[in-house]
Write a new protein. Structure first.
Length: 592
């Protein structure tokens, strides 16, 4: 959730929308100018909510529609006034009405309760947390209740209240949002020590265990408990013991299905201590790692058919087989679509890229690629050894460690020498590639052709963290921001100069259109579709800085965004007409 104080100022000097090439610009007023108003925009879907005054009362305005009047729209103890579902389609909040709190979900009252004098004296709302399960199908709230000076918490799911707990309730949701679990704490004045209960889907489980995890298919709950009198850990699935592990184990769940990987600690023959890999409930033969770092990273392919574990900086264990040792270091690992591991290792002061079981030529160094996705890495965000799209692999290397700016880009085994190569990119289907290179004057190489007269302005390209090189979803077109020498957009090897600073660029979801945002000579933003200006707005910094939140590209090929104009906060929708990416490129000057 992001909160902004909008500059809701009437700016009549700005011209009305300019229409070009049959494009249609629609708008919906979401928030009229309100003194001191602060708005919140949904994480997706372009919905806006804000607290506004109506006489002496407060209301929450959602997409331009007032909710009921309250003495006060309250701030949750956990944070913020509004909770959104992960797709932005649903919203929830609560307000104070007399001596009661009232909870609303999607504009309708779903719960209310008394505001205890003790909490009121402390200035705290009884609603500690309010939100939605993954997928947004269910809503839940956690309330704080003070009884005889004792703090209690209670979670309500879709209107059904669960048991009281004397500790914060932190539900663990299954990936599909249909199940939950947490630990309940029970403490009374007559008890010498508190008692703990495992709650599963709102009911006490017949067993007690902790460190809960749901499998990727949301069907099984994995928990652990210490075996009394021992240092061993018992692992349970849905309450049934499935294994005992000396010293404990940490598990990584497959992104799909019930599979899981684990790292267990053990003492090996000869007294050496280390870790080994668990594939499901079985020890992976040959995975023993005595490196002091142990098995420090686990990897599962997106389809959960392949797995790997890294032994410190020594070897990779992939699909039941121990790989070659690289005692000077190993990178992280990514997968190709057909299940080949991609990583690099160092030995004898040389670096080698490994793709499947094939080792590359020797290099001085191989450059880490930023921005590895969590889905490709078991939920972790790390740098990657290479860029992978489908079964295509590309990476950047230096032939010798001391080469400095001397680099080579390798795409599916073919080398492209370059000076200071960076920002390597593959098209969505992996059939095309592009990268930046050069010292002061940087150029862009696309499919082996260098466009040397275009210097990419790093400061512009970084704005909003949108990336440097952009592809259409069908991989047919490529664009980037640059200057040659004026500022503008490079599209399919042709340059379109712009009167101002281009601050954002994106293709429509159907790949047929391109939109960009230009900060003009004054305090305005101009929106261009396929090279023609279609809208002029007051300066909207969020369109640049928070582009991932403020822009949306539906499957129908339209372009949507939230911005402010002279009337307030609006949701704009551009419906393209007869223009196209090809037509836009044709207007440009060939880059030589």
């Amino acid at each position: 959730m992001r909160t902004r104080t909008p500059y809701l100022i009437l700016l009549a000097a700005f011209a009305p929308p300019l229409h070009a090439q049959e494009a249609k610009v629609e708008s919906q007023l979401l928030l009229a100018p309100e003194p001191g108003a602060q708005y919140t925009i949904s994480p997706k879907g372009l919905h806006v909510a804000a607290v506004a005054l109506r006489g002496s009362r407060q209301v929450l305005v959602h997409d331009g529609v007032d909710g009921p009047r309250f003495d006060q729209v309250l701030t949750l103890q956990s944070a913020g006034k509004v909770s959104w579902s992960d797709d932005g389609a649903r919203y929830a909040y609560h307000g104070k009405l007399g001596q009661e709190y009232v909870v609303l979900v999607d504009g309708k009252e779903v719960a209310r309760g008394p505001w205890s004098p003790d909490l009121q004296a402390q200035g705290r709302t009884p609603v500690y947390e309010l939100g939605f399960t993954p997928g947004g199908k269910h809503w839940y709230l956690t309330t704080e209740v003070l009884t005889t000076g004792r703090q209690n918490f209670q979670m309500t799911l879709d209107g059904v209240a669960g048991p009281l707990s004397q500790d914060y309730i932190r539900p663990l949701w299954s990936p599909d949002g249909e199940h939950h679990t947490y630990i309940q704490k029970i403490a009374t004045a007559t008890m010498s020590e508190p008692r703990y209960v495992l709650i599963v889907d709102g009911k006490p489980a017949p067993y007690l265990a902790g460190e809960m995890q749901w499998t990727g298919d949301s069907k099984h709950l994995i928990t652990k408990r210490v075996i009394p009198g021992t240092a061993n850990i018992e692992v349970l699935a849905d309450g049934q013991p499935i294994m005992r592990v000396p010293g404990g184990a940490a598990f990584t769940m497959a992104p799909v299905g019930p599979a899981m990987l684990g790292v267990a600690m053990a003492e090996f023959p000869g007294g050496a201590r280390g870790t080994f890999l668990l594939v499901g409930t079985r020890k992976a033969v040959g995975s023993e790692c005595t490196n002091t770092a142990g098995l420090d990273a686990l990897y599962m392919s997106a389809d959960a058919k392949h797995y790997a574990a890294r032994c410190g900086m020594t070897f990779m264990y992939v699909d039941g087989k121990k790989g070659q040792e690289y005692p000077e270091g190993l990178s992280h690992l990514v997968w190709t679509a057909d299940g080949r591991p991609v990583y690099y290792g160092r030995t004898n002061q040389r670096a080698f890229m490994v793709i499947g079981e094939t080792e590359s030529n020797a290099y001085g160094t191989i450059v880490d690629i930023p921005g590895m996705t969590r889905a490709a890495n078991g939920g972790n965000s790390r740098t990657a050894p290479a860029v992978v799209a489908g079964n295509h692999v590309a990476y950047i290397a230096r032939p010798n460690a001391g080469d400095g700016m001397n680099t080579v880009v390798v795409v599916d085994g073919k080398a492209y020498p370059a000076e200071g190569a960076t920002h390597l990119s593959l098209s969505p289907d992996g059939s095309r590639f592009a990268f930046m290179s050069g010292r002061i004057a940087q150029s862009v190489t696309v499919d082996g052709t260098a466009y040397g007269s275009v210097t990419v302005d790093l400061g512009i390209a970084r704005v909003g963290y949108q990336g440097y090189i952009h592809w259409t979803p069908d991989s047919k077109h490529v664009a980037w921001l640059g200057v040659a020498p004026s500022q503008g957009v490079a599209l399919d090897g042709r340059f379109l100069a712009m009167p101002g600073w281009t601050r954002y660029l994106a293709f429509s979801a159907d790949g047929k259109h391109v939109v960009w945002l230009v900060r003009g000579q004054g305090s305005e933003h101009n929106v261009y579709l396929d090279g023609a200006k279609v809208l002029t707005l007051p300066l909207n910094n969020s369109l640049e800085i928070d582009a991932d939140i403020y822009w949306d590209f539906p499957a129908d090929g339209s372009i949507r965004f939230v911005a402010q104009d002279n009337e307030g906060m609006k949701r704009f929708r551009i419906v393209p007409g007869g223009s196209s990416v090809e037509a836009a490129a044709a207007k440009g000057t060939p880059i030589k």
